[in-house]
Design a protein around this ligand. Sequence first.
Ligand code: ADP
Ligand code: ASP
Ligand code: MG
Length: 440
Amino acid sequence: MKVMKFGGTSVGKPERMHHIAGLVIKENEPVIVVLSALSGTTNALVEIGNSIARGDRSAAKAGIDKLETHYLQFVSELVKSPAAVEKARSIIAEHFEFLTIILKISFSEALSKDILAQGELLSTKLFCCYLEEKGIEHQLLPALEFMSIDSYDEPQIGSIKIKLSQLLKQHAGKKLFVTQGYICRNSKGEVDNLKRGGSDYSASLIAAAINASVCEIWTDIDGMHNNDPRIVKRTLPIEQMSFDEAAELAYFGAKILHPASIWPAQQYNIPVKLLNTMQPEAKGTTITENAGSVGVKAVAAKDNIIAIRIKSSRMLLAYGFLRKIFEVFEKYRTPIDMITTSEVAVSITIDNDVHLQDILKELEPFGSVELDKAQSIISVVGNQIAQTEDMIRKLFESINNVPVRMVSYGGSPHNISLLVPAIYKEQLLKQLNKGMFGLD
Ligand code: ADP
Ligand code: ASP
Ligand code: MG
């Protein structure tokens, strides 16, 4: 059995949905299709939630009406037969009635998650409607019946495995399953999600849970590129990379993959393929244990980074100092991305500022604390990059004219990270494209 995940742009137009139906029915083995919401929908739902949170119900209502019009237009081109049109319209009516009712309820965090879930619920149901019209046998598997996270927002892979296999057993013999990416239930049983871009994570968790032959992530580009194509003009796809390399790139900002989406596949040794829906014959990127080649593969950037420097003469020759500092971050469940040390100071970066004030307060007794906001981490990722000839020279030459705040090298054989003020991100990505890859 394999997993095929299609992102927002892959389902964002009626003809794209027709096209992916053509792709999934070509398969010889059973498939679980994981769908995102139609492109733009989750952003629109976020806005609707924000309007309700602000108490601006008329803005929320306007957002809901605009989205409903979009969906009505979408289904008018998705399905043709009167029965299918009626069914699709009743699906839309059901979900938009729900959104309209929500307008009357007082706002809560749980309610905002319910709003966000509507996108994936709609896309999967409408896709099934189209499959039904075409007489393609399939089964919708509601993600809310098997996908779950614990009280620390970590997926419960054991429970996902059991529940999903029970569901599949109920429909033994079927070849095509459809489910929602992104959405799940939390430890309180409420509707929740795996954070923005989370459908990739859903796909990898499902692939791990069913021990899939492959986890295919179908998107709008032909695989992982060597640099961010939204910023740099000339980028090239990478044919093969290791789980470790892909995990570093995803974590350090390559938007094509959700930051946590690699570990489930890696843990169960399931190959991940990144493929282009609009160009299915392109090779894309294959991610396995095998890196394929040695050397630098790609650079990526992660934004909204905060650097904290703790300076203390008491650190001199002191043991246990770093533990005490790390305990503060642990206490506030705030992951540290980068760390560099000198004899009298330590610099740390975080991207989650929810508990920043508490953290700063607790760090104060250790020495002077300085803060730099609006930083970006630029990561250079590859296989055994430290051993790559000329790599360091090329890297440092490419940094020319960019004020680097931190450098992290040697933590893993796959990554060198630089911290720079966010305003230098574009410039540095472009300079690295030229200096490291010879691309303009
Ligand atoms: P989907 O909706 O299919 O999940 P995303 O927009 O989340 O698609 O991810 C695909 C996008 O990721 C691409 O269109 C591209 O602009 C962006 N991207 C950023 N960095 C990279 C990279 N290194 N390689 C490929 N795509 C990247
Ligand atoms: N629809 C969700 C989002 O836009 C999840 C996803 O597309 O992966 O973030
Ligand atoms: Mg995505």
